[in-house]
Structures are given as structure tokens and as C-alpha cells.
Design a binder for this molecule. Structure first.
Ligand code: Z2T
Length: 835
């Protein structure tokens, strides 16, 4: 029971209203339905009941949310600010119930109101404020930060439209808008009094003040208001609730009315449209950013809002800005917020009057940068023209930062102007660009990759020059995922079985799963393990039947590849294997293979033609295979539309096999690989990203490995790679490629998949052909192994039992120790670190 004192009236609110008895919970739901939703029980819909329930849960979060904030303030803590353009949070209700520990009483309260909790949980639509792994990682990290009691805040954008919804029409992806706020959002609280202003465009003037100091004034020609919306982020039974603060852009009234009153009606309307556009929509491109001005506006908008907010909080707490970097550490989630380096310099120098050197000391000790990709086309660069028009003052500051930086480069590497040109923050080859990754490197204390191989490749390749200059800045922090959402919430069946053997401790300490190892050799346990797996597969099969009309057999092997559709991830390599099996079965219908259901899910960037063609290929192959009685008892192919967090929670637990088949050296880490393995799936994968570490952890004998290594890929390319020769010399591959090219899977249309086939035959940039035979051989080993259920279950249990290190709790501990310098937090105690 929480006692709250309202100071003004000295009134004690001993809040019976928010206690966790079944009676109080029932009353809470009914009260919220009536007073907040505004409906009578008799006419309330499922959605109304969900909303009332969500408010009832939120009522139980508020006290600890405010208390956490007060505790942090009291203890004067060093705070982590996680800046990310994306937070892919997933639905909150089930997770909040778990973390509060009130699932059972809520279930009963809801049942006594003749409602079903699982059904209501299913009514929540998820905020899709992210593209994929990067945004989901941010969400897992917020969960772990709160669980470990680390004083932390996430900052991002409250997009009005999140990731598009994907429909499949005639086998093609169709995009539909995601207006996720349609029915309101019970979890957020608008904080209009904490709004800030952000400028855009205009010009700068400089002068020397009366002390002869150089001063600059930036006069923007648009000023936009940033309004924060806060959502509580509960730790798992830690008593802590941190905050996710997302900014919405709104018109600045006075700015707007000034124009309006001076007769500039068009200008006023234009300003309003400009302002409201900024947080309107998430860019749905995962790894390729074309220089779109609105995207830069978004980046600057949320980064400036967040830094101003941090400074205000810092000063309100009574600290001097000189100590900013001692109280605050800012993590840049990729380069999207890296304009923050220039913005903090502007705030310190122009607004707060610091001299350059002191401002730079503060700035460069505040930021740290996480890189998430090795794909060259994904490294953000802004054309100077766009940049200078939108952020003229920041461009000047970047020139100055760059000039001083290049002096350091020249001092360390004399007479090496080629190196200076390579490292310059301004790219001067052809059209001039600002290289955001370089700005991030120069302005940060630490630079990290997200898996061991990825960090090594950053050092040896993408950021090699920076590594030579500052080797001590580079550090690896392998990604992790939260076992709360990805195991305890999404897989209650497996969770219960594990808990019955080893207790509940694993949820807050995933290393405890290692106690399951001894059960791998216990045949009774293995059979229980299979029972659980089967039950979970039945659930997914029902969902698939509902959504797609395809019936799949829960006793077939569920082979899943769910992730963004991208050539480097090689969903089409998976298709090549499916077709290899198809032709084998066509030739010999008596062939005995392990029946398999191939599950695909994922969105293609709307402008990425090849990715959309891959979706069309999967759905076309599905149509042929699923309707051919000679093969469809042994092969089924399903493309599940609109893959998102909610669907992920259904599919990770049900998979027997996890496809992690990217070209070695391309996937920075992968996190789906971890979610699958925790849930007992075996992995077929390349030596790429975190696969390498997963394989080492689970044991090489419990992992299906195939394909070239990253070094071999590089060597093959350097030696001159000729996919056509492989096609000529491999009969099975030739048959599959010819089949696709001939129109056999596209109702006779031989032109449909031509672009895909030609790309493979002529260049094959992701080396599908080079890995084809190795992949097929490995899949055949998978087939054989699946026919031995005891051996398979044993491997499955070892996979789950050895996943401790892939908890995001471990990742966050690494960040605390190696990057943020946060040492004194108490796990689970809810008592934050004091400085
Ligand atoms: C993204 O999800 C990832 C990298 C990006 O580079 C952009 C997006 Cl939207 C700019 C992914 C990586 O592809 C994946 O390997 C990694 O596991 C994930 O970020 C989290 O680090």
C-alpha cells in the first residue's frame, strides 16, 4: 500500500483505490470504464474493457513512477539518456502485469467480470514506432535498465503514424497507414508544461562582444514546439519505473499568431503544417537512408528537444552545466541522433556562454555511439546543401569541430593528406556531404559494435582510420533481448515447465537457465518439453488458419524466418532450398523427408523493389507448393502478413528451426536469433553477427552451421566472383533457377522474376550461389536430425539452457561498466545509484 501525501493540504491519501485485492481491481476496472472511458458496462466493447483495464493497471504504476523520480532526485544520480529515433515497444499490458506481479489477481478480477484476460490482452494494438532490430533493441534495453534499477530515460519521437501495416494482395506487399492513436493511448501522459522550442533554417550573424569575444546569433525562420509524452517503463519486480519520453511536434502559437495577425495567413498556415509534419510519420526504411530533408528535421527535432530537456533537468536539480557530463551520459542509437554533438556545442557555446574548449570537453565526455550496420549504403550522409539550409549554425560548428579534429589527425599522421581526406567529417569527393558516423565518432568517448564480429569489422574496415587514431574508444557490447517479454510473457507454457524445475529466478537472472542442462539427459523431461512445444505450435497453427486460410500440421517441423526482407538476409536462399526439395519430391513422390512448414514474415521498405519481389517469390512458391498434392503433405509455405512484435511473440515460441542465413559479414548482430534459441529452436546459420557467439555458447554440436566465413566472402569477392559458373556446374541449382526464370511459379509469366534471376546470375552480390550447396547439405542434416525426436529435444534444451548471456540484462551491465561508468546500482532493490 502506498501512502501519498499532498503537501498543500497535508491530506493523506491511503489509497485503497489502488490496492491489489481482487475487489479493488474489479472496482478499478468498473470505475475506469465509467469515469474515464465514459461507458456503461452493458454497452462496453472489448476495446472499452481493454482500455479500462489498462487504466486500472496504470493507476498501480503511478505511485512507483513518481517515487522513482523522487528517489533519483534525492540521490543525485548519474543518469543514462538513450537517444533513439525508434522504440519498438510492443503491447504493454501483459508485460506490465508480469513486471508488477499482479497477473493472477487481475486474471481473477477480470474473470469475475465475465471477461477473459488473454482476450483483452489481444485487443491492444502495438505502437509500431520502429523498423526492426534497432528499435526493438532500444525497447529491450529500457526493460533491462528499469529491471536493474539504473537511472535512465529513453528519448525519441512520438510518430503519429508508425510502421506501415502490410497486406498481401495478389502475392505482393501493399502498405497501409498505421494510425495507432485512433483509440487513444492509455499508457502515456502528456506533459505540456515541459515543452521546448526548436528552430530551423534562417541565418547566422557574428560579432565581437565588448570583451572582444566572438559571438554568434542564429535566427531561425521556423520555430517549432516539442511536447513530451511520457510512458512509464516498469522494471521486473524491481519497484522501479523509468520513463520513455517521446516528443510530438506542434505549432508554436505565438509564432503562428504573429504571422496570422500581420496578415500573412499563408505563412501562418505554412508554419503550422511545417511544425506538425515533423513527428507525423516514421520512415519505413531500415538500412538505407536517402537524403530526405524531413528525416533530418526529425533527427534534429528530437535530439534538440532531448538535450534541452536534460539541461533543464540538470539545472533544476541545482547542478552547474560544467558538470553536465558527470551527471549525464548520452547513448546515440546509431547516427540518427548524432546531430546532438553539434547541438550540445551550440547550447553550451551560443546559449550558455562557454568557451570552445570547455564546451568540447563536456560534449565529448557526454556522448557514446553505437553503430548498427556494416552496409555502406546505410551510413548516413547529408548533402551539404540541405544541411546548410536547415541548420546553418550547426554547419558552422561542424566545420570548426572538423578543423580541430583534422589538426589532431595531421599531428598523429604527418604528411598523410589522403588519410585526412578519408577521415574528414565533410566528404569532398564529388557532391559534398556531412558524414554523420564520423561526427558521432569524433564527438563520442566510446564507439561500440553490437556483436564481436561486427566490432572487429568496424575496427578493421568501416571505421579503420578512427580505430588507428583512437583504439581505446572502441569496444564491443553484444546485443541481448529481454527474457521477460520474449520468454515469460510470450511462452507461458515453456516458462511454467522451466519454473517447475528450477524456480522463478531465471526471469531476473537468465544465467539460471543453465540449471536445465541436467534435464537434457532426462527422457521424461524431454517428453514434457516436446509436449509444451507441440501445444505452442497448435496455437500458432490456429492463428495461421485464421489469418491465411492455410492449414498447417503442428507435428511438421516449423521452420521460421521472420525479419525485415532484405537481400543480405537472403530469404531467397531459403526459397532456393524449398524449391530444391520440391523438385526432389516431384521426381520421387515416395521420397521420405521430415514434413516441414516454412514460415516467413517481414516487411520490405516500400521503395525497395528487389525486396518486394522476394515477397512475391515466396507467395508464388507458396501457391504452387501448397496446392500440389504430390508435395503438400511434406512441404507447406506460409507468408504471414504484417509481421510485428505481437506476431513475433507468437512465432518465436513455436519454431523448431530458426533461419539466420545472412551473408557472413553483413548482419551486425541479429536479435531474432537469440529470441528463437531461448525458446528452444535450433539455429541454421552462417558465421555472421551474434550467430557466432550463440554457437559458441550452445555448443557447436547443437547448431547447424553452413556457408562461407566473412573472410572467405571478402576473398571470393576480391578474387572475382562468377555466380554463373556455379550455376553451370550445379545441376540442382540450375533446375531451381531455371524453374523460377521460366515462369513455373508465376503462372507461366517468365518475365516476373527476371530481375531477381538476372541479379543472381550476373552479380549475386550476397553470394547465394556460393553458399547454396553448403546450405542444402546442412538442411539435409537438419531433416535427418528432426527424425530423431530424442536427439532433437536434447539439442533444443541445451540451446535454451545456455542462452543466459543473451539476456539484455547482461548487455546493460556491460554498458554500465564499460561505457557509462555506472557502478553502484543495486539490482532489483529499486534503490538507484548515488554519485
Ligand atoms: C536496424 O534494425 C539495424 C541496423 C540498422 O542500421 C538500422 C536498422 Cl532499422 C542502420 C539492425 C541490424 O541490422 C541488426 O543486425 C541488429 O541486430 C539490430 O540493428 C540491433 O543492433
Amino acid at each position: 500500500m502506498v501512502k501519498q501525501t499532498t503537501k498543500e493540504h497535508d491530506l493523506i491519501v491511503d489509497d485503497e483505490r489502488t490496492s491489489n485485492t481482487v475487489a479493488a481491481l474489479k472496482q478499478g476496472i468498473l470505475d475506469n470504464l465509467f469515469y474515464v472511458v465514459g461507458k456503461r458496462v452493458e454497452v462496453a466493447t472489448d476495446l472499452d474493457h481493454f482500455t479500462a483495464l489498462a487504466y486500472t493497471v496504470r493507476d498501480r504504476i503511478l505511485a512507483r513512477w513518481l517515487t522513482t523520480r523522487e528517489d533519483y532526485a534525492k540521490h543525485n544520480v548519474r543518469t543514462v539518456y538513450y537517444l533513439s529515433a525508434e522504440f519498438l515497444m510492443g503491447p504493454y499490458l501483459a508485460n506490465n502485469l508480469l513486471n508488477l506481479g499482479i497477473e493472477d489477481v487481475i486474471r481473477q478480477a477480470v474473470a469475475e467480470l465475465d471477461l477473459d484476460l488473454n482476450h483483452l490482452i489481444g485487443r491492444e494494438s502495438e505502437p509500431g514506432l520502429g523498423n526492426g532490430g534497432l528499435g526493438r533493441l532500444a525497447a529491450c534495453y529500457l526493460d533491462s535498465l528499469a529491471t536493474l534499477g539504473v537511472p535512465a530515460m529513453g528519448y525519441g519521437i512520438r510518430y503519429e503514424f508508425g510502421m506501415f501495416h502490410q497486406a498481401i494482395r495478389d502475392g505482393w506487399q501493399v502498405e497501409m497507414t498505421d494510425y495507432w492513436l485512433r483509440y487513444g493511448n492509455p499508457w502515456e501522459i502528456r506533459r505540456p508544461q515541459a515543452c521546448v522550442e526548436v528552430g530551423f533554417g534562417g541565418h547566422t550573424q557574428s560579432w565581437a562582444d565588448s570583451f572582444g569575444e566572438y559571438k554568434v546569433l542564429w535566427s531561425p525562420n521556423e520555430i517549432v514546439k516539442g511536447v513530451p509524452f511520457d510512458t512509464p517503463i516498469l522494471g521486473y519486480r524491481s519497484g522501479v519505473a523509468n520513463t520513455l519520453r517521446l516528443w510530438r511536434s506542434e505549432a508554436n502559437e505565438s509564432f503562428y499568431f504573429d504571422r496570422f495577425n500581420s496578415g500573412d495567413y499563408e505563412g501562418a498556415v505554412g508554419a503550422k503544417v511545417f511544425a506538425e509534419n515533423i513527428s507525423k510519420v516514421l520512415y519505413p526504411n531500415d538500412e538505407e537512408i536517402r537524403g530526405k530533408e524531413l528525416r533530418l528535421q526529425q533527427q534534429y527535432f528530437f535530439t534538440s528537444c532531448s538535450l534541452q530537456d536534460m539541461i533543464r533537468r540538470h539545472e533544476t536539480a541545482g547542478h552547474s552545466l560544467e558538470n553536465f557530463h558527470e551527471q549525464c551520459t548520452v547513448q546515440l542509437n546509431d547516427t540518427h541522433p548524432s546531430i546532438g554533438v553539434a547541438e550540445l556545442m551550440r547550447l553550451l557555446v551560443d546559449i550558455h556562454g562557454f568557451d570552445w574548449d570547455k564546451a568540447w570537453e563536456i560534449t565529448s565526455h557526454t556522448f557514446n555511439y553505437t553503430n548498427h550496420t556494416l552496409l555502406p549504403e546505410a551510413l548516413e550522409r547529408w548533402p551539404l546543401r540541405i544541411f546548410g539550409l536547415l541548420l546553418p549554425r550547426h554547419l558552422e560548428l561542424i566545420y570548426e569541430i572538423n578543423a580541430r579534429f583534422l589538426t589532431i589527425v595531421r599531428a598523429k599522421f604527418p604528411n598523410d593528406e589522403a588519410r585526412v581526406a578519408r577521415m574528414s567529417i565533410i566528404d569532398e569527393h564529388g557532391e559534398r556531404y556531412v558524414r554523420m558516423a564520423y561526427l558521432a565518432c569524433v564527438g563520442s568517448s566510446h564507439i561500440n559494435g553490437v556483436a564481436k564480429l561486427h566490432t572487429e569489422l568496424l575496427k578493421s574496415d568501416v571505421l579503420h582510420d578512427f580505430y588507428e587514431l583512437w583504439p581505446e574508444k572502441f569496444i564491443n557490447v553484444t546485443n541481448g533481448v529481454t527474457p521477460r517479454r520474449w520468454l515469460a510473457v510470450s511462452n507461458p507454457e515453456q516458462s511454467e515447465l522451466m519454473t517447475s524445475k528450477i524456480g522463478l529466478g531465471w526471469i531476473g537472472d537468465l544465467d539460471q537457465l543453465s540449471q536445465l542442462e541436467r534435464y537434457a539427459e532426462d527422457s521424461t523431461f524431454r517428453s514434457e518439453w516436446r509436449g509444451v512445444q507441440h501445444a505452442v505450435k497448435v496455437r500458432l497453427a490456429q492463428y495461421i488458419a485464421e489469418k491465411t486460410g492455410v492449414s498447417v500440421d503442428p507435428s511438421s517441423m516449423f521452420d521460421a524466418q521472420v525479419k525485415r526482407i532484405h537481400e543480405y538476409k537472403r530469404q531467397h536462399l531459403n526459397v532456393l532450398y524449398i524449391l530444391t526439395q520440391y523438385y526432389r519430391l516431384k521426381k520421387d513422390p515416395t521420397l521420405e523427408i521430415s514434413p516441414r512448414t516454412f514460415l516467413f514474415g517481414g516487411k520490405a521498405a516500400p521503395g525497395y523493389f528487389m525486396a518486394k519481389l522476394i515477397i512475391k517469390l515466396i507467395t508464388s512458391v507458396a501457391e504452387v507448393v501448397n496446392n500440389d498434392p504430390e508435395v503438400n503433405r511434406q512441404l507447406k509455405v506460409v507468408f504471414l502478413p504484417d509481421y510485428n512484435v505481437t506476431f513475433g511473440q507468437l512465432v518465436y515460441p513455436a519454431a523448431d528451426l530458426s533461419e539466420q542465413i545472412s551473408t557472413a559479414g553483413k548482419e551486425a548482430s541479429g536479435t531474432g536469433n537469440m529470441k528463437f534459441a531461448m525458446n528452444g529452436a535450433l539455429t541454421i546459420g552462417t558465421l555472421d553477427g551474434a550467430n557466432i557467439e550463440i554457437r559458441d555458447a550452445v555448443g557447436h554440436e547443437n547448431f547447424f552451421l553452413f556457408g562461407l566465413t566473412a573472410a572467405e566472402v571478402a576473398a571470393r569477392k576480391a578474387a572475382g566472383y562468377h555466380p554463373h559458373q556455379i550455376y553451370e556446374s550445379n545441376g540442382a541449382l540450375r533446375e531451381v533457377i531455371d524453374g523460377i526464370g521460366s515462369g513455373r511459379f508465376s503462372r507461366g509469366d517468365g518475365s516476373l522474376f527476371r530481375p531477381l534471376v538476372d541479379s543472381l546470375l550476373n552479380s549475386d552480390p550476397y553470394l547465394l550461389f556460393a553458399d547454396y550447396q553448403s546450405y542444402v547439405d546442412c538442411q539435409d542434416r537438419v531433416c535427418k536430425m528432426y527424425r530423431d525426436p530424442e536427439a532433437w529435444s536434447r539439442m533444443s534444451i541445451y540451446n535454451a539452457a545456455r542462452m543466459g548471456q543473451f539476456s539484455s540484462d547482461r548487455s546493460i551491465r556491460d554498458y554500465c561498466k564499460d561505457i557509462w561508468n555506472i557502478t553502484r546500482f543495486e539490482i532489483g532493490a529499486g534503490v538507484p545509484a548515488s554519485k
